[in-house]
Design a protein around this ligand. Structure first.
Ligand code: SAM
Length: 342
């Protein structure tokens, strides 16, 4: 395996989140709560060939994990073709996708056949009426069908992502664990983050990892931490009956010191941190005819200078509120979580 390029904190360039579209078919309150959005211009969206080429350059520099995301990745036309193109790169040993599952029922099998290895489906509630209120969608049944289809398509692992928000779904933690257990999936509870797009974020809506564990201990008994990959964002735990689950405590216990992730938006903007104010334009050199070696130099030099610790810096903010106001997001949609990908 290639020796990965390292940044100023010795963090390797190892994991890439590829946002394949900024469009989404949900309007989750914690991500896209506004009535209208400024979208990336269509002509700026990278073609599959451009994306494949960029992934190839990143992989030469050490990236071996690629996760497709968005927006909603299944809105990108003919995604299995892109999956097939990325999967043929032998350096990419872990190819995964995060989806809201709405379109997964028909897409799971072709994606698996194209070489996608793992899927994470976002599922914030088991109650359709809550999804309607919270994500403005009556298609809860489609998500459940998508989860079932992912199970039968034979992905290596199936995870469910749940953003936990006080007063919305914090009474469903145990039910979600049981739902996942019955489907041989693993749930990951995510602390509500003050990322761009979460314009209604406030600290009092955040349910901390500690609080989640307290609730689950009262319900299930002793909870044992599972030692694992220190670079993985989730801390994993085991219940007395062996059921496992994870918590991503990005808000109250960030893990910047081990963060090996960066993000490329659908228009080829490279972000070194989910909280970074600006990204690096890779589309322009790509379209101006830069060679792979030139792109590699740009990426290597940029990563080697990386010092970002966005989530840890947010911890130090007094009177913490939404990261960006709506005007600032409209001025640069690259600041939006749905553009950056989760
Ligand atoms: N549309 C896909 C989906 O719903 O999974 C992929 C994109 S979405 C931006 C990726 C992940 O980010 C989802 O699991 C979502 O729940 C999470 N996310 C979005 N906004 C968040 C926030 N404010 N705090 C924590 N997680 C968030």
């Amino acid at each position: 395996m290639t020796d990965a390029v390292r940044d100023t904190l010795a963090r390797p360039l190892a994991s890439l989140r590829l946002s394949v579209t900024d469009r989404c078919n949900l309007r989750c309150r914690y991500c896209m709560p506004e009535d209208d959005y400024v979208w990336l211009p269509r002509a700026s969206i990278l073609t599959f060939e451009e994306t494949e080429r960029l992934v190839g350059v990143f992989a030469e520099l050490g990236v071996h994990k690629v996760r497709l995301t968005g927006g909603e990745p299944l809105l990108r036309h003919d995604l299995p073709t892109l999956v097939r193109m990325i999967a043929r790169n032998a350096r990419v040993t872990d190819l995964a996708m995060t989806t809201n599952g709405l379109l997964l029922a028909t897409q799971a099998a072709p994606l698996r056949a194209a070489g996608l290895r793992r899927v994470t489906v976002s599922l914030d509630t088991l109650r359709p009426e809550r999804m309607l209120a919270f994500a403005k969608s009556a298609r809860h049944g489609d998500v459940l069908e998508g989860i079932a289809a992912a199970r039968s398509a034979g992905f290596e692992r199936l995870k469910l992502n749940t953003v936990v928000i006080r007063g919305f779904n914090d009474d469903e933690l145990a039910d979600l664990i049981e739902f996942a257990r019955e489907r041989d999936a693993e749930v990951r509870f995510i602390e509500y983050m003050d990322v761009g797009g979460a314009t209604r974020w406030s600290m009092d809506q955040v349910v901390s990892q500690r609080e989640m564990l307290d609730v689950l201990r009262r319900r299930f008994g002793a909870i044992e931490p599972i030692a694992g990959d220190p670079r993985a964002p989730a801390e994993r735990f085991r219940l007395p009956d062996g059921t496992t689950f994870g918590i991503i405590a990005s808000t109250t216990a960030p893990f910047c010191t081990s963060c090996d992730r960066s993000r490329v938006t659908a228009d080829g903007t490279w972000l070194l941190c989910l909280y970074a104010e600006h990204g690096i334009d890779l589309r322009d050199p790509l379209r101006r005819g830069a060679t792979d070696a030139e792109l590699a130099t740009l990426i290597r030099d940029t990563w080697q200078a990386r010092r970002d610790r966005g989530a840890e810096e947010r911890l130090g903010v007094t009177d913490r509120g939404a990261l960006y106001r709506i005007e600032s997001l409209r001025a640069d949609p690259h600041r939006e979580m749905h553009t950056r990908g989760g």
